[in-house]
Design a protein around this ligand. Structure first.
Ligand code: UDP
Length: 199
């Protein structure tokens, strides 16, 4: 599907199934890093606020993403109003759970983010529910001076899927900035998904 531009940001008009096919291809193809952004209205507002303050890193991270899906109805509505296009939803939770359900034991997942203890529970429950392998876990409350240590931990885990849940901007910037070090086939910013998986 041809990439759209919504309020200066990229948007790929793909259905959930199409997105899962794309991510599945990255998982099974030659190992190389890919980033996924699930766009919501808050991201657009925050990237503009950051730009106004002279910080373009969030905007640039989203522009460099390999896949940008509509996380929810806010973006679907905006695309309808501003572009006269019907864009399907492909939310972060559905992408995460769908990929784990499709690939099961063939998929090794690193759970990065949320408050200390949450990623462990999310990983355990995902392993029980989807049969995935747990590549590693780390909470999301570390200083940027520790980014390289965490990025190398993820790299060394050999994960096929990195779920980064550290809040809007922080998670997208981390995945994009460390893309080559992380070298994970599918790296996705997922907001509150680890909290949801942990129940
Ligand atoms: N989070 C984190 N580190 C941070 C800030 C947030 O790991 O420095 C986690 C938070 O615990 C939650 C997820 O990121 O699991 C999404 O947080 P929130 O909903 O506050 O962020 P938003 O997506 O609204 O920006």
């Amino acid at each position: 599907a041809t990439r759209l531009e919504l309020l200066g940001l990229p948007l790929d008009p793909v259905t959930l199934d199409q997105a899962l096919d794309v991510l599945g291809g990255w998982l099974t193809g030659p190992r190389s890093p890919h980033t996924v952004v699930t766009l919501n209205p808050e991201f657009i507002i925050q990237s503009r606020q950051n730009e106004a303050a002279g910080d373009f890193t969030f905007t640039q991270a989203m522009k460099k993403a390999d896949l940008v899906t509509a996380d929810g109805v806010g973006i679907v509505w905006a695309a309808r109003q501003l572009l006269a296009r019907e864009v399907p939803r492909a939310p972060g939770f559905d992408l995460s759970s769908g990929l784990m359900r499709r690939h099961g034991a063939d998929l090794s997942v690193f759970f990065l983010g949320a408050k200390p203890g949450v990623a462990e529970v999310a990983a355990q429950k995902a392993a029980e529910q989807y049969g995935i392998r747990v590549a590693g876990v780390h909470h999301g409350y570390f200083d940027t001076s520790e980014d390289v240590r965490v990025a190398e931990m993820v790299r060394d885990s050999g994960a096929g899927l990195l779920l980064t849940a550290m809040g809007a901007a922080r998670q997208e910037i981390f995945n994009e900035y460390w893309r080559e070090v992380l070298n994970v086939p599918v790296m996705m910013g997922v907001g509150g998904v680890l909290d949801v998986l942990a129940g």
